[in-house]
Design a protein around this ligand. Structure first.
Ligand SMILES: CC(C)C[C@H](NC(=O)C[C@H](N)C(=O)O)C(=O)O
Ligand SMILES: [Zn+2]
Ligand SMILES: [Zn+2]
Length: 386
C-alpha cells in the first residue's frame, strides 16, 4: 500500500491538492489522509511542489525495432524500457511495420511480456504493414480472441508506396475480423492504419463508415498530421466521431528552420475546432522515420523516440494550451480507444502516475501498476541497463 501526499492532481482535469492512496489500483483520493490510521504499513511519498498526472499511454511503438527501408543496415534498434520510464510512458502498444519478414510477431509478443514483467502495461497489434496480415494463428479473429496481448491489427499500410496496395475488400475483411474478434474477447478490436502520403489518404475509411454496418471506433488511422491535407481529412473523420492518431513531434525535428506544419500545430487546430477529444498522439518509437526522394529512394532515415510524446505535450503547453487539456491526447483519449481503465486519477483506475516538477515540467517520478519505476530521478534496477 502506498500514499502520495500533497500533490497537485490533474485527473486530467485539475482537481487541486490532495492525497492518493493506492495498491495496483487507486483506492481513495482525498485531502489529509492519515497514513498512520491504517493497521498495516503504508509507504509515504511526499509530492509537495509536484504535479501528479496519469501515466502516459503510447498507442504505437515498434518495441522490437523496425525500419529496414534502406537495406539491412537501416534496421532500427529495439526499445529500451528506461526510455519509456524516463519519459512517463506507462502503457505501450507494440507493432510491426514495413518489415514483417525479419521482424516477427513472436518476438513482438516476447518483448511486450518483457516490458510487462519489468513494470509497464503492454499490448500488441497482430499484423504488420502488409495484407494479408501476418498472424500468430493464421486468423486475425483467432489472434484477437486467443492471445491476451493482442488488442487489434496494425499497422496496416494504406496510401503508401510501401504498402501491399490492398483492395477495399481486403481492408474491409480485416476491419470486420477485428470487430468480431474484439466482441468475442471483450477487447477494443481496432485496426491501426498506417496512412502514407498518397493522395487516397483515408478514402477507404470514409467508404467503410458510409457503405457498411461497421462502427467508426474500429478504425484508428495514424500519422494523420504527416501533412496538412491529410490532417484536414483527419479532422473531417473526427467530426464523424472517429479517433485519429498523430505521430508526436520528434525532438530533433523541431529546429525552427524546419518550421513546417507539425503535430503541435495540429493539436492546437483540433482544440480550436473542438475536436481535441478525437485526437491521440503516438511516438512511433524505434520505428524508422525515413525520407524518400521523388523516385522513392531513401535519402535519410532517423529513429522515432518515445521521448517525443511528453516533448510534444510540453510544446503544446508552451503554445498556450492548459496542461489539463494537453495531456488528454496521451491519457483519457487513448484509454477510450483501447477500452482501458487507465488515463484518469480516479478511484478504481490503474495506479499509473507521473510526478512532474511544477516549474519546468520535468518528470521526477513514475508509478506503474502501483510500483515506483523511477523515484526522484532514480530508476529501479532494470535488466541489462547499467
Ligand atoms: C510518420 C513517418 C515520419 C514515419 C513512419 N514510420 C513508420 O511507418 C514505421 C517504419 N516504416 C518502420 O517500419 O519502422 C513512415 O515511415 O511513414
Ligand atoms: Zn507507420
Ligand atoms: Zn510505425
Amino acid at each position: 500500500m502506498r500514499i502520495i501526499k500533497n500533490a497537485k492532481i490533474f485527473a486530467p482535469k485539475y482537481v487541486g491538492k490532495a492525497d492518493v492512496i493506492f495498491h495496483n489500483r487507486i483506492i481513495h483520493i482525498s485531502k489529509d489522509i492519515n497514513p498512520f490510521f491504517f493497521p498495516f504499513e503504508v509507504e509515504i511519498y511526499d509530492a509537495s511542489g509536484l504535479l501528479l498526472l496519469p501515466g502516459l499511454i503510447d498507442p504505437h511503438v515498434h518495441i522490437t525495432g523496425g525500419g529496414g527501408e534502406g537495406g539491412f543496415e537501416t534496421r532500427t534498434p529495439e526499445l529500451k524500457i528506461s526510455d519509456c520510464i524516463k519519459n512517463g510512458i506507462t502503457t505501450v502498444i507494440g507493432c510491426l511495420g514495413t518489415d514483417g519478414v525479419t521482424r516477427s510477431l513472436e518476438n513482438l509478443y516476447a518483448k511486450a511480456k518483457s516490458l510487462e514483467n519489468e513494470g509497464l502495461s503492454t499490448f500488441i497489434y497482430t499484423g504488420s504493414y502488409r495484407v494479408p496480415p501476418v498472424t500468430f494463428t493464421g486468423s486475425v479473429v483467432k489472434d484477437i480472441v486467443l492471445i491476451d496481448k493482442v488488442i487489434g491489427v496494425g499497422e496496416i499500410a494504406i496510401s503508401d508506396h510501401r504498402s501491399s496496395q490492398p483492395t477495399f475488400e481486403e481492408i474491409l475483411r480485416i476491419v470486420a475480423d477485428a470487430r468480431v474478434g474484439g466482441m468475442i474477447s471483450g477487447k477494443a478490436g481496432i485496426v491501426n492504419f498506417h496512412v502514407g502520403a498518397g493522395k487516397r489518404g483515408i478514402d477507404y475509411l470514409f467508404e467503410i463508415i458510409k457503405n457498411t454496418e461497421i462502427p467508426i471506433h474500429h478504425l484508428y488511422p495514424t500519422h494523420m498530421s504527416r501533412n496538412e491535407r491529410l490532417f484536414e481529412q483527419g479532422l473531417e473523420f473526427a467530426t464523424k466521431g472517429g479517433m485519429i492518431d498523430l505521430t508526436a513531434l520528434q525532438p530533433e525535428n523541431d529546429e525552427p528552420s524546419k518550421r513546417e506544419f507539425n503535430t503541435v500545430d495540429a493539436i492546437l487546430k483540433a482544440y480550436e475546432n473542438k475536436l481535441l477529444e478525437n485526437i491521440t498522439i503516438s511516438s512511433d518509437g524505434q520505428g524508422s522515420l525515413p525520407k524518400f526522394d521523388e523516385m522513392g529512394t531513401v535519402v535519410g532515415l532517423s529513429v522515432g523516440s518515445v521521448s517525443s510524446v511528453w516533448y510534444t505535450i510540453r510544446k503544446v503547453v508552451e503554445r498556450g494550451l492548459p496542461l489539463e487539456k494537453a495531456i488528454e491526447v496521451s491519457t483519457i483519449n487513448p484509454a477510450k480507444v483501447f477500452k482501458l481503465s487507465k488515463g484518469r486519477i480516479e478511484k478504481g483506475y490503474d495506479a499509473d502516475f507521473i510526478l512532474v516538477n511544477e516549474e519546468n515540467l520535468e518528470i521526477v517520478s513514475v508509478v506503474s501498476k502501483g510500483e515506483f519505476l523511477m523515484k526522484d530521478g532514480v530508476l529501479k534496477n532494470l535488466n541489462f541497463e547499467f
